[in-house]
Ligand binder design. Sequence first.
Ligand SMILES: NC(=O)c1ccc[n+]([C@@H]2O[C@H](COP(=O)([O-])OP(=O)(O)OC[C@H]3O[C@@H](n4cnc5c(N)ncnc54)[C@H](O)[C@@H]3O)[C@@H](O)[C@H]2O)c1
Length: 246
Amino acid sequence: MDTRVALVTGAARGIGREIAVRLAEDGFDLAVADLREEAVAETAELVAAAGRRTLVSATDVSDEDAVVAMIERVSSELGGLDAVVNNAGILHLTPILDISAAEWDQTMAVNLRGTFLVSREAFRRMKERGAGKIVSIASLAAKVGGITAGAHYAASKAGVICFTKSLAAQAAAFSINVNAVAPGPVATEMTADWGDEVNEAFRARIPFGRYAEPRDVANAVAFLLSEQAGYITGEVIDVNGGSYMD
Ligand SMILES: NC(=O)c1ccc[n+]([C@@H]2O[C@H](COP(=O)([O-])OP(=O)(O)OC[C@H]3O[C@@H](n4cnc5c(N)ncnc54)[C@H](O)[C@@H]3O)[C@@H](O)[C@H]2O)c1
């Protein structure tokens, strides 16, 4: 592998933490970013325990200045930026008639604008080197609409997929791969918030009969960041236990 320094956003818990640990096992040094400063520092400790260098960044991915500063810091302190995982995300279950404009904007700001800002700044760096890989975490909701998830969440994740394809087309000339992973429900605090009734109904519709574990998602991300995926770009890998096949 020629990719060595990775940045994972939303790495304080759940899927993001697992991606960071998985990439550390693959030999990456890790920059881990999140709003939750204490929890993301714990992720960094797990990465360090795997023998890798770490950098902790308390960054809000929707804040342009903060993102520009974070990418600059990661590049200078860890000596480059080879891989980026846009994982930070928020989910509201609000029915459409109850979605306020502020909640709509907040969802777009974190899930879509955050993915755009981090990717844009990473692309700027990777373009100079002529190498790099970017993976964004979309969602099954991006393909089928928000069933439990809110319409704003589904729309933001559909935006992530379309942005992924647009960036993939522009970045390919610089040997940069840009892909997405679209998980169905994953056993994290995000879905624990849905309650038992909703979760049981969902599980019943999954051919594999269980939710994804964070490691299932992390494995797909690790593949897309590996040399084996060197000719794959603009792709969306479903990790949904067969609940939707396209
Ligand atoms: N859990 C699922 O079922 C599921 C399914 C499909 C997609 N996803 C997506 O996977 C990603 C991770 O989900 P999860 O289940 O681990 O969620 P989670 O809520 O457990 O973790 C999300 C992390 O993102 C961080 N975050 C939120 N806003 C941020 C911001 N503005 N800047 C930086 N960090 C911020 C949170 O602090 C948190 O640590 C999200 O993008 C989510 O939409 C999750």
